[in-house]
Design a protein around this ligand. Sequence first.
Ligand SMILES: *Cc1c(COP(=O)(O)O)cnc(C)c1O
Length: 400
Amino acid sequence: MQTGFLDHITETLQGIEADGLLKREREIVSSQSGRIQVRDARGTREMINLCANNYLGLANHPEIEKAAKAAIDSHGFGMASVRFICGAQDIHRELEQAIARYLDKDDAILFAACFDANGGIFETLLGPEDAIISDSLNHASIIDGVRLSKAKRYRYANSDMDGLEDELKKAVADGTRFRLVATDGVFSMDGYVAKLPEICALAEKYGAMVMIDECHATGHLGDKGKGTPTLTGVGTRVDIITGTFGKTLGGAMGGFIAGPKAAIDLLRQRARPYLFSNSLAPAVAAGSLKAIEIAESADDLRERLAGHTRRFRQGLTEAGFELLPGETPIIPVMTHDAVLAQKLAAELDARGVYVAGFFFPVVPKGQARIRTQMSAALSEADIDTAIAAFIDAGKTIGMI
Ligand SMILES: *Cc1c(COP(=O)(O)O)cnc(C)c1O
């Protein structure tokens, strides 16, 4: 290796650690759930998990596990191919049709991850004559996907509808051919829901299409868990939806794009992460199919999740913590300071509550937080235990 290179890398790492920004991974030795077994220097402990995207608690659902195991028996372990060479099975196509039907779209296409779906969509569908108008808080995968496309880029401050209108006007004045507004349906760091009624109205006024990333919505928000279009009442006015099977819908892995048939057909021909990456494992495809079926009829789990969200918000607000407002199961507890976020996380860890501190570069500097996430896998008693732990930890470090 070239002299000095590894010294340079090591210095960078030391800088990250000195800034209090080093992320350390912990080890879970159980399945993902509301209560998990965590192994660290202190041994193996049971903890209450407040940081998984396991909103409906489907990550270890017995019926999903059964469907996945059955698919290994009937369809094998792996595909060892991309879709267009020899990587497409009946269950892959079934999964595409199921997610398209669930989200009221013509068709859908699978990716290894939503990161890839967002990485492939813009370059494929839009050219240099076109415009992408993007919310400043969009997920990193949208930002990277937009960078890969040759379309003109316009950016507005998070959920600033005057800003969106200004950018749409600019895009029209620049003579762009097609315009696409791209936004997260739920902003993952803050838990805010995109202002879809206003976004759709502005898009229609300025001749633009709307694409939303529903990773933190599909399965648990809106009517039957169909996400933010039903939650906000815009329905099929949203043109294209990207999403994941790696969160509410079983939490394994895999992404998708759902939309008009012609767009999906073109993505199958041109989207690079689709053309040049392996097909989903059969067990993942079959488990995700079962997860859609379960999520669609899981009003009971959605109610339980909403109840936990209200209970936890109320408990922490009354205790004097600063939360970002909202109704989604993402509840950010603000510390602002990265070191304080890590201190709070460590104190919670010692009290059996599993959380993660979020700080730069995942959120802007000065906006460090503990992002908690509710799950239907938790009990009301778990929520109360977690609230008590937050209060005790917060007092110990002088936050409240
Ligand atoms: C998690 C997430 C992704 C990435 O999804 P994967 O399937 O894990 O790659 C993309 N967009 C948003 C908004 C997300 O929250």
